[in-house]
Design a protein around this ligand. Structure first.
Ligand code: ADP
Ligand code: MG
Ligand code: ZN
Length: 189
């Protein structure tokens, strides 16, 4: 991503499994935008009903101030207040996130989105496929396989819950490479 548009907005997507450094990379890009004195607005999904100021925190404890929105549409209220939009955990937003990111990019904004492109069963997650289709720039990051140390592209759920969305950390998930994921789950999809 050495060359970015001068005249147009665009969408960047950072994807990969859990623990792969998506949030770390998102924070790195947004902090650099702040250093460049650009106005940055950062959003994460929320179960809360109000706008609340909070933090996006990576597994290695880097953090940056963010806003929680209950209604995804509220992100557009920030159109005139920011130049760069950061969105973490994009897979958890409802499908309107795609039109919102497009609308922001169409009006000249830089939109940096991080999220899981697939769930623990390797099915695509939320609106991530559509965001990847629309993005100008895509970065896919790998974690490290907890079994063998190879690059890991899969989030393996260790707990026995079966809903698609079960929020958890290393207590519930481990990153695995292709070989170890198939070995442990039998899922060859
Ligand atoms: P993500 O947002 O993709 O879940 P984060 O950016 O929050 O990832 O965290 C990345 C950090 O997680 C790494 O810098 C490292 O300190 C830590 N980490 C824990 N487990 C792993 C793993 N299996 N592979 C790589 N990094 C890991
Ligand atoms: Mg993250
Ligand atoms: Zn492995």
């Amino acid at each position: 991503m050495t060359l970015t548009p001068k005249y147009s907005g665009w969408i960047e997507v950072i994807c990969g499994p859990m623990f792969s450094g998506k949030t770390e990379e998102l924070i790195r890009r947004l902090v650099r935008a702040q250093i460049a004195k650009q106005r940055v607005a950062i959003f994460k999904p929320s179960t809360d009903n109000r706008f609340a100021e909070d933090y996006i925190v990576s597994h290695n404890q880097r953090k940056i101030k963010s806003l929680q929105v209950q209604e995804t549409n509220k992100i557009l209220d920030y159109k005139d207040k920011a130049d760069v939009f950061g969105i973490d955990e994009a897979q958890f937003f409802d499908s309107s996130i795609v039109a919102i990111c497009r609308s922001l990019a169409n009006s000249g904004k830089r939109v940096v989105v991080a999220g899981l492109e697939k769930d623990y069963l390797t099915n695509s997650f939320g609106s991530m496929p559509d965001l990847l289709v629309d993005a100008e720039y895509i970065t896919k990051v790998n974690a490290i396989c907890m079994q063998c140390g190879d690059p890991a592209n899969y989030s393996h759920r260790i707990s026995s819950e079966q809903k698609q969305v079960v929020v958890g950390e290393t207590d519930k998930y481990e990153a695995l490479c292709r070989r170890c994921y198939i070995e442990k789950t039998g899922n060859k999809k």
